[in-house]
Design a binder for this molecule. Structure first.
Ligand code: ZDR
Length: 279
């Protein structure tokens, strides 16, 4: 079988997009997706995204596999790529300039902006320990500046779910973090039964954060949309930053707003098609 794909990236977080709107199950398995992501033996990507048929009140359903074949609930950079992909396929948004997309983390609404960027209504952050999920603290309470022992070192962390789990660690100097060592220690820590994405954040200013990320199932990546959202929520919860902030990632910047009106997170950033092909 020949399958057409398009390769997109959002700030260097790159994905293989497959038009799967004709059937409700992904046309590739998680194991095939892992092979496609291989940068030496495959196409190369941080994940594979399938554009599946929508439900009664959505235009499309997004499913994504990480490069290790695990399936995350949500992907912030990926959903911007998906919106661009649907536009490039000639699909009109059901609601003006907004697509309604079902994900395992619920409804997401990416909006195509005139400047070419995409603004995504990412919904409400989930803050209770049981929602992350993490065994840190009390299951019915938030995990804010909570102590954890990782790799023999005491760290203070704040946990946020954007549908997928995030552990935020504020540091003095983000470039000094040995990501390849501590990233996996956080990802597989017993305190995170579903594993976790981990963001190391340096506060540059009340409206500017610098971030490096170790993604669950994908390792060090150039950007993480849900992680940038989680970082601003963690910064807000601990009064380290304002509710509107720019997050500097290795691959570029994302603008994040934690609305004080509806409590939702809005993420704005680019998505670009790099090439198309078939396998
Ligand atoms: C971090 C991510 N790339 C994004 O942009 O939000 C999402 C990918 C999924 C992540 N690796 C996870 O939760 O397993």
């Amino acid at each position: 079988m020949t399958v057409k794909f398009s390769k997109y990236h959002g700030l260097g977080n790159d994905f293989i997009l497959i038009d799967n709107r004709h059937q409700s199950e992904p046309i590739a398995t998680a194991q095939q997706a892992e092979k496609l992501c291989d940068r030496n033996f495959g196409i190369g990507a941080d994940g594979v995204i399938f554009a599946l048929p929508g439900t009664d009140d959505t235009d499309c359903t997004m499913r994504i596999f990480n490069s290790d074949s695990s399936e995350p609930e949500m992907c912030g950079n990926g959903i911007r790529c998906l919106a661009k992909f649907l536009q490039d396929l000639g699909m009109k948004p059901g609601e003006g300039d907004r697509y309604r997309v079902s994900t395992l983390a619920g409804l997401m609404v990416p909006q195509l902006q005139d400047d070419g960027r995409i603004k995504v209504d990412m919904g409400l952050p989930r803050l209770l320990a049981k929602e992350i999920p993490t065994t840190l603290g009390n299951p019915e309470e938030k995990v804010v500046d909570t102590e954890i022992l990782v790799g023999g070192e005491r760290r203070s962390v704040t946990c946020v779910s954007m549908g997928n789990p995030h552990c935020i660690v504020f540091v003095e100097d983000v470039d000094a973090v040995p990501l390849e060592i501590v990233g996996p220690q956080f990802e597989h820590h017993l305190a995170f039964p579903q594993r976790t994405n981990t963001e190391f954040i340096q506060v540059l200013n009340r409206d500017r954060l610098k971030m490096r990320v170790w993604e669950r199932g994908a390792g060090a990546t150039l950007a993480c949309g849900t992680g940038a959202c989680a970082a601003v929520v963690a910064g807000g919860l601990t009064n380290r930053c304002d509710r509107v902030a720019t997050v500097e990632l290795p691959g570029g910047n994302l603008e994040i707003e934690w609305s004080s009106v509806d409590g939702k997170i809005y993420m704005t950033g680019p998505a670009e098609r790099v090439f198309v092909g078939q396998f």
